[in-house]
Ligand binder design. Sequence first.
Ligand SMILES: C[S@@+](CC[C@H](N)C(=O)[O-])C[C@H]1O[C@@H](n2cnc3c(N)ncnc32)[C@H](O)[C@@H]1O
Length: 280
Amino acid sequence: MRIGELLAYFVEPVMQHHQFQRIHNIQISRSERNGERLSDIQFKELSDFQETTARIEGRRKYFKTADHTKTLHGFAPQLVETVLSMDNSVKSVLNVGCSYAYMDYLMAQRHTGVQFYGIDSAANLLEQNSDISAPNLEIISGYGLDMLETRRIIPDLCYFSSTAVVIRNEELKAYFRSLAKTTKYLVLAEPIYSSRGLFYEEGYYDNPDEIDANGSYPTFSQVDFATEKRGYLAYLHNYRAIAELYGFEVLHYRIFIPSFTTQHVVALIAKNKNSNLWSG
Ligand SMILES: C[S@@+](CC[C@H](N)C(=O)[O-])C[C@H]1O[C@@H](n2cnc3c(N)ncnc32)[C@H](O)[C@@H]1O
């Protein structure tokens, strides 16, 4: 029995890794520009997943009753609001992968001089968010990378909350490259999923600092508990190195376990080195 457990401890993560790598390779081959963009089919699949797994009522109740000083959802806004308090030239904030944009709604009420945008793929995103509205909050159903590359939205600050983690390396670099042209600040609050899956020892985590900016790898695949649909493939990224690659200076970077979870989380605030963005 002990030998079996021991074998599983070592063999299972390797098998999982191979499986995730296979899914990753399939995703790359189906995407556009060598993995930089979701193809139309991939976007539709993401959109369908977001729509069918939304459980709108449950999410609304959770967001309205949770103590967001103790949730990961509440963590990204703390970082965003730190920047807003430091730099009053930040007049627009984009949340890529907003899903239910309740936290943006709360921030919009607190910062009435700032325009908030939430974007996500679900075709029914507006319906999902129909119970929240503010004059300075716009919810957009669409592909975030398109909005940035076509400059439909030019945010002063762009943030990802549990979203960058499910974006492939090539695509994440396309996001950061696009943001580097127009956006003053980049903010991330992302969980770190272990490649050891369920078999990891307490306290173990894959350290993103040890990998190359181009070396992200898939570590975990989420399966929706109700529909059993395979959801996103989560990646280990060296966010700091990727942000620096595209001309952001990292002002704040922390990997830690928040008091409300057992999982490692990475927090990052980075400022664009292009000072021209502040003039005019
Ligand atoms: C784990 S959910 C997090 C949602 C929300 N930010 C939160 O914290 O509740 C991941 C989000 O990333 C979005 N997403 C997945 N792949 C994406 C991509 N390639 N580009 C933009 N958003 C993506 C999904 O639609 C989903 O809303």
